[in-house]
Design a protein around this ligand. Structure first.
Ligand code: PLP
Length: 233
């Protein structure tokens, strides 16, 4: 036997580059079958819980867009990776506390989880002090789950309007995490409908188990973790 690999949780016999190529091929196929161009879909490689040593092979294979769900964890590994590789784009896909906002602004290029006025106000405060604004997605709690973050579907139109008109923030799109026990297609269709009627063109939806379905319903950003990195155990 060869020496132990850095991470045993990935499917045996597969390399990170191989898994990346396979996911990209599936994205391309799903897009073409939906009559869309594969270029319209950005793969956000979700590297949460994985270490720099696990991430580097994907960077070497050409992946540049990554997602993390915790500011603290991202701060521990991404500054070095970003400094050594030009063109890395980091997406925050987990909830953001306002006391972590400054740190998040320094690290992340895109926030997928804008979910309340207080956070919008805190963003504006930092902008007034000179901070560049990240690209912004509003998280929608499409399943109306009490434990989950996100704007309720009935409040989305008002919140988008407030972000634009009251806070003066540019909103790029909507994001959702469907309930685990429900048909995701219903949630993807709902998110697409809400985005369209608000003039938003970007949809962050779809994870390892359902990204192809999400692409069928218009996803422009799929957030794929375990299918790329292996199970988080
Ligand atoms: C962890 C996570 C993902 C990736 O999930 P996988 O099932 O591992 O692909 C996507 N989106 C969010 C918000 C996450 O927290």
């Amino acid at each position: 036997m060869a020496g132990p690999s850095l991470h045993q949780s990935a499917e045996p016999g597969e390399t990170p580059a191989g898994r990346l190529a396979a996911i990209r091929a599936r994205i391309g196929k799903a897009a073409r079958e939906a009559g869309r161009s594969p270029d319209e879909v950005t793969l956000v490689a979700v590297s949460k819980t994985f270490e720099a040593a696990d991430i580097e092979p994907l960077i070497a294979a050409g992946q540049r867009v990554f997602g993390e769900n915790r500011v603290q964890e991202a701060a521990a590994k991404w500054p070095v990776l970003k400094a050594t590789t030009p063109g890395i784009e980091l997406h925050l896909i987990g909830p953001l506390q306002t006391n972590k906002l400054k740190e998040a602004l320094a690290l992340f290029d895109v926030f997928h989880t804008l979910d309340r006025d207080r956070l919008a106000e805190a963003l504006v405060k930092e902008r007034d002090k000179g901070a560049a604004m990240p690209r912004l997605f509003i998280q929608v709690n499409t399943g109306e789950e009490p434990q989950k973050a996100g704007i309720l579907p009935a409040e989305v139109d008002d919140f988008v309007a407030r972000c634009r008109e009251v806070h003066g923030l540019e909103i790029e799109g909507l994001m959702c995490i469907p309930p685990v026990d429900e048909e995701p297609a219903l949630h993807f269709a709902l998110l697409d409908k809400m985005a369209r009627r608000n003039g938003l063109t970007k949809l962050s939806m779809g994870m390892s188990a359902d990204f192809e379905t999400a692409i069928t319903f218009g996803a422009t950003h799929v957030r794929v973790g375990s299918a790329l990195f292996g199970s988080r155990g």
